[in-house]
Design a protein around this ligand. Structure first.
Ligand code: TXD
Length: 328
């Protein structure tokens, strides 16, 4: 049998996921089973990504897709990826804040970003590792990619949590709830009830202020609530779904308006920092940053959030410089 040489056969989109842990492996499953792209899973633990990839390949006949899933420890196997997602690094343990992870994760993320982009110079980079906004900044700095091709995943997850809590409170489908959470991925995130709606109706019309505040607080501590329950790791189903939504928006050029950590150059009065703001995502990555009209209090909360990120960026940069000095 002769197989026709269709150019499309040579252009299957390719997503590399660095870090084959809980988030990375669940994301690989979502991307393959949604039939979005071939997936390369890379980890430092020899055997882990290969085993997970084989396991996912063995499910293909049942899940009915033909995507290739490859496991590797070698960056050469990730070459020419369209999207690179970094999930490598440690997750939180009970009692830890996301910022406690700076020391362990900064070096891992910088090296992963550099290696991955050296092999896929045209890729769009999505960072997932915590502390999210700081790690996204370091990855951008290490790769020198244009700002529209580097982003962090957090706002989609924080908005999904707020969406879930509103849906549970009102006893309605989460599909009818649209939420907007800006700012850093941490206790200083900025959920925006004024811009959160149920089928077009602002939630401020449907719940009293105390109820909304309770749901906002639960959203702020949504990650910690799960860490406390699990005791042995952090959330990964909703984080993988959120990242997969961003990958899908990019690969299918959907022009979705999603809150993602983006590099700001004057938007919202902020400069030289990555922070969660609504962005239009498509083939080119971040195609546009939407500047919402914010109240004074909302703007102040966003700036406080950005200040905290900035302090952590300084701390991480000093730490990386010390490591580099001690290696010289
Ligand atoms: O909203 C968000 N952005 C997040 C972020 C939501 C959930 C999880 N979030 C963070 O993602 C979490 O705090 C961690 O920093 C990362 C990954 O979380 P995950 O739960 O997947 O952690 P695991 O299961 O420990 O997996 C991490 C993997 C593990 O297999 C390590 O061997 C691997 O990372 N690892 C590396 N891979 C490649 N290269 C290097 N250097 C490396 N170091 C560790």
């Amino acid at each position: 049998m002769t197989i026709p040489s269709l150019s499309i056969l040579h252009h299957s989109p390719r997503v590399t996921i660095i870090g084959a842990g809980k988030v990375g492996s669940t994301l690989a499953q979502r991307i393959a089973e949604k039939n979005l792209a071939d997936v390369v899973l890379l980890d430092v633990m020899a055997g882990l990504p290969q085993g997970l990839a084989l396991d996912l390949m063995e499910a293909r006949g049942i899940e009915l897709h033909d995507r290739q899933i490859t496991g590797t420890t070698d960056y050469a196997d990730t070459a020419d990826s369209d999207v690179v997602v970094i999930t490598a690094g440690l997750p939180r343990k009970p009692g830890m804040s996301r910022d406690d992870l700076i020391k362990t994760n900064a070096k891992i993320v910088v090296e992963a970003a550099r290696e991955a982009i050296a092999h896929s110079p045209d890729a769009i980079l999505i960072v997932v590792t915590n502390p999210l906004d700081v790690m996204t900044y370091l990855a951008w700095q290490a790769t020198q990619l244009p700002r529209d091709r580097v982003m962090g995943m957090a706002g989609v997850l924080d908005s999904a949590r707020f969406q879930a809590f509103i849906a549970m409170e009102l006893g309605i489908s989460p599909s009818d709830v649209h939420t907007m959470v800006l700012g850093s991925h941490g206790d200083l995130m900025v959920p925006l009830p004024r811009y959160s709606t149920v089928s077009g109706v602002p939630i401020t019309e449907l719940m009293d202020a105390a109820t909304i505040e309770r749901l906002v607080e639960r959203t702020r501590h949504g990650g910690a609530e799960i860490v406390e329950l699990m005791q042995t790791g952090s959330a990964y189903f909703a984080p993988a779904s959120s990242t997969s939504l961003m990958v899908e928006a990019i690969l299918l050029n959907q022009s979705r308006l999603l809150p993602v950590a983006a590099y700001l150059q004057g938007e919202y009065g902020l400069n030289d920092v990555f922070i969660g703001v609504p962005c239009r995502l498509g083939w080119d990555g971040i195609e546009n940053v939407l500047e919402l009209r914010l109240t004074e209090a909302e703007m102040a909360a966003l700036h406080a959030s950005a200040e905290a990120v900035r302090r952590n960026i300084e701390q991480a940069t000093e730490m990386l410089a010390t490591v580099a000095d001690s290696n010289n």
